[in-house]
Design a protein around this ligand. Sequence first.
Ligand code: PLP
Length: 395
Amino acid sequence: MSSLDNALSPALAARQEAHLYRQRRTLESPQGAEVLVNGQRYLNFCSNDYLGLANHPEVIAAFQNAANQYGVGSGASHLVVGHSRVHHELEEALADFTGRPRALLFSSGYQANMGTINALVGRHDFVFQDRLNHASLLDGALLSGSRFQRFTHNDPQALEKRLCEAQKKSPDSRKLVVVDGVFSMDGDEAPLKAYADLCQQYGAWLMVDDAHGLGVIGAHGRGSLEAAGCSLADAPVLMGTLGKAFGTAGAFVAGSEVLIESLIQSARNYIYTTAIPPAVAAATLSSLALIKREAWRRQHLQNLIEQFQQGLKGLPFELMPSHTAIQPLLVGSSEAALHLSEKLRDQNILISAIRPPTVPEGTARLRITLSAAHSEAQVQQLLLALAVVADDIHL
Ligand SMILES: *Cc1c(COP(=O)(O)O)cnc(C)c1O
C-alpha cells in the first residue's frame, strides 16, 4: 500500500465499523417517483425533486432547444464571457418571482452560500447560525474568519442573547444572522418573522437559505419568506437552489441592487468559476413557469403529506414536527437506521438512512421525502412497507 493509502485506511475501517460508511447508488433512470437502480425498480422516497419537475417534458424540451441554440458548455465565468442572454433572463425571472430588485446565479447552493457569506462579513464581524444549518452555511462562516456563533435550533431567545452580547462588545461590527428556511434533515421551518424583528432591533442582517422552501411553500410557491410574510427589509439576503423543487441545477441569491452588485464585485465563489450551461438556465425558466402555473403540484404534495402523517398514526415510528415534504422518522442509532433502510430496500422502497455527522449523534433517521410526482397509491405502499419493518425499529 502507498503511504497515502496507509494513512487513509484506518479512518475508512473505523467508519465502516461505526455504520457510518457512505455509499453511492447508481441510478439508471431519470429522477422520479420510480427509479431504476442496478436493474431493479424502486419506489423513491429520498429525492429533493419535490414538484416532479426534474424529468418534465417541457423542461426537457427547453433544455434541448437551448442546447441547440447555445451549445453545451458556457465556456467561461460570468464576468469573462460566460454570461449568456438566457442566464440573464433567468436572473430577471427569479428576481420577479421572489419580489426582489435583482437576482444573481451561482453554480450551486454550496457556492452561493460560501460566496455570499464571505462577501458580507470578515474578521471583525459576527455570524450567528442555527445549529442545524446546512454544511455550506457553516463552512462559509468558518472560511470568513468572522466571530462565528451557533445558537439553539429554532430559538429566537438564544439568538437574542448572542446579539445583545455582540452589540455590547462591538456595536460597530457587522452582524449576519443565517438560517435555513426549512431545515433539510428535520423538515421544520425557522421562525423567520421573530428573527427579522430581532435583526431590526439589533441592527443585524438576516440571510435565509430557502433550498427546501422555494417552489414548495407559500401561497404562490415563493417559499419560506412568503409563508412567513417577510419582506426584503426583513430578510435582505435570500438564497435559493435550483436542484430541488426546480428540478434542474444551480442556485441564486436575490436581494437589492447594491447587494447583487457587491456580490458580482467580490464573491469569490461567483467570480472564479464557470457559469452553469445556458441550457440549464433555459430549463430552469421552463420549470419556473410550471411552478407559477401549476399550483396543483403544491396542493397534491400537501395532500400526500397529510395522508402520510395520518397513515403513520397507528405505527410505532416517531415523526418529527414537520409540515413540509421532508418527513423524517427518528430512529436513534446509525445501525438501526441503516438496517431499516435495507429492510425497506428489500421491499423495493428507497429511503436514505441519515447518520452523523450529517445529523447530531444519536439522532440517525430515515429521511423520507414526498413529491408531487408520487400518487396516493404509492404513499399507501410506503405506509404498508413501514408497517412491515415496524418491529425492527428498536434493534
Ligand atoms: C441542498 C442544499 C444546499 C446546497 O445546494 P446545492 O445546489 O445542492 O449545492 C444548500 N443549503 C441547503 C439547506 C440545502 O439543502
